[in-house]
Design a protein. Sequence first.
Length: 95
Amino acid sequence: MCSSDLGLTPLEKDERAIFNYIVTRIANDKPPNIPEIVDANLTSRASTYRHLNNLEQAGLINLGGGDRRASIAISSRFKGYDKAIMKLIKQLNLA
């Protein structure tokens, strides 16, 4: 499995960093919400919201129906791929 198989190729560097953060938190059984991602200081608040919307539009994450306190989930198209995603992140040296 390569990154383009997961839809990662067209993402900006900051989008990849946010996606990596989300996947890592989910892998550790601590799915983040929007304020937690903002607090991680990966990008500015406005950029974080823009990147999260881009990730959702790309079909990579679900933002929880607009509730900013709802946990962010990996898109249902990736269910069952959790281990493969973490392996890919390690291969891409994003962790």
